[in-house]
Design a protein around this ligand. Structure first.
Ligand SMILES: [Zn+2]
Length: 181
């Protein structure tokens, strides 16, 4: 009996040690692969009522972001903006695109060949107009941003076709000015 209880004690300790080693390995793997790192990787979801959004957004922004509308081509304020800076979600400020990934696609909407951080957006199947498209939504506020097509330039071959009204552009000049304040 005594031996058994010693054995149990030892095996209990071993189990604890194994658990600790597992935890350490898990943390090491997480740090190597960049999980759980700070920055924009932790998305805290934002939930607001339709009334709140109506108060905050312009009617056009509300139609696009909350009702999955689309602005008319070549009418958006960022379609031909190529100033250096960052594009954020107009509803919640979530950082989405950098100007160095913006290119002139000629489609009539701001076009980007890549997203800054994949976890900042959500891609969904959209069959709304009788064809299969990939919808791009903001991961933070669930706002509709635009669509993703596979006819973009290399190396990604992607075209994030995003409504101007769903974006808020902050130029590098403005960011610099803010930093100098
Ligand atoms: Zn958002």
């Amino acid at each position: 009996m005594k031996r058994n209880s010693v054995k149990e004690l030892v095996s209990g300790k071993m189990k604890k040690i194994v658990l600790i080693i597992h935890t350490i390995i898990l943390f090491l793997l997480m740090s190597i692969f960049g999980f759980g790192q700070s920055g924009d990787s932790t998305i805290i979801k934002m939930t607001k009522t339709n009334e709140d959004w109506k108060m905050q957004l312009t009617p056009l922004q509300y139609n696009i972001l909350r009702e999955s509308g689309t602005e008319r081509p070549f009418t958006g304020k960022y379609e031909s903006n190529f100033e250096p800076g960052k594009y954020h979600c107009a509803a919640c400020g979530n950082f989405l695109f950098k100007s160095d990934k913006k290119y002139h696609s000629g489609c009539g909407w701001p076009s980007f060949s890549d997203i800054e951080a994949k976890q900042n957006i959500v891609l969904l199947e959209d069959k709304s107009i009788g064809m299969l498209r990939t919808e791009v939504r903001c991961a933070k506020c669930d706002g509709h941003l635009g669509h993703l097509f596979k006819d973009g330039p290399p190396p990604t071959g992607l075209r994030y076709c995003i409504n101007s009204a769903a974006l808020q552009f902050i130029s590098d000049k403005e960011t610099k000015k803010e930093a100098e304040k």
